[in-house]
Unconditional design. Structure first.
Length: 185
């Protein structure tokens, strides 16, 4: 998609893609360590748990990153089949439902991390506080909400179902068929 369109988009990209990339790199290193240690006959006990928690961080950040770049799953077939009024309301419905979902996720994640902190819960083999793992849920949810508004401001045409001048029900392949005017051949 090229360079970030705004400074805020660049900050979101660094936070989401950068930290998710670090988690992915950590997964690769830890899994390689796990395989090597098993081959040498001295398995390291903490690698499975570390892989699992890094994967959780990567997934939550990846979901938020998908909303930043509007690479989330959309069922445009149903939108295309709706009356014109519903087609125009699809973007507000997308934004409101997504923001509500992530607000609920942030609230639930915050309560979970707070409970883990209050109970002084630690990971079994890593011996790190579980609230450090659990904080990704509210953090990623807040970043996803910010990403939704940023993508609405900078990538709205990717969110909307393009008007191809076809009667309703004929634009089933709209996401693929519409050329990006900014993309150079």
């Amino acid at each position: 998609m090229g360079k970030p369109q705004t400074r805020f988009d660049a900050i979101l990209r660094i936070l989401l893609d950068g930290i998710a990339g670090i988690a992915m790199t950590g997964i690769i290193i830890v899994v390689l360590l796990q395989v090597a240690s098993r081959l040498l006959g001295t398995p390291v006990s903490w690698t499975e748990e570390a892989t699992r928690y890094l994967f959780v961080w990567m997934i939550f950040l990846g979901v938020a990153a998908g909303f930043r770049t509007v690479e989330t799953a959309r069922v445009t077939v149903f939108i295309d089949m709706m009356p014109d009024l519903m087609r125009r309301l699809s973007v507000p419905i997308y934004v409101v439902s997504s923001v509500l979902f992530f607000a609920l996720t942030a609230w639930t994640g915050w309560r979970l991390a707070k409970q883990q902190y209050m109970m002084n819960e630690t990971a079994a083999t890593l011996l790190i506080p579980m609230w450090l793992i659990g904080t990704i849920m509210p953090i990623a949810a807040i970043l996803a909400i910010l990403a939704i508004f940023e993508s609405l401001r900078t990538r709205r045409r990717y969110i909307e179902l393009p008007d191809l001048g076809l009667p309703p029900g004929q634009a089933v392949e709209a996401d693929i068929a519409v050329p990006d005017p900014e993309r150079k051949p």
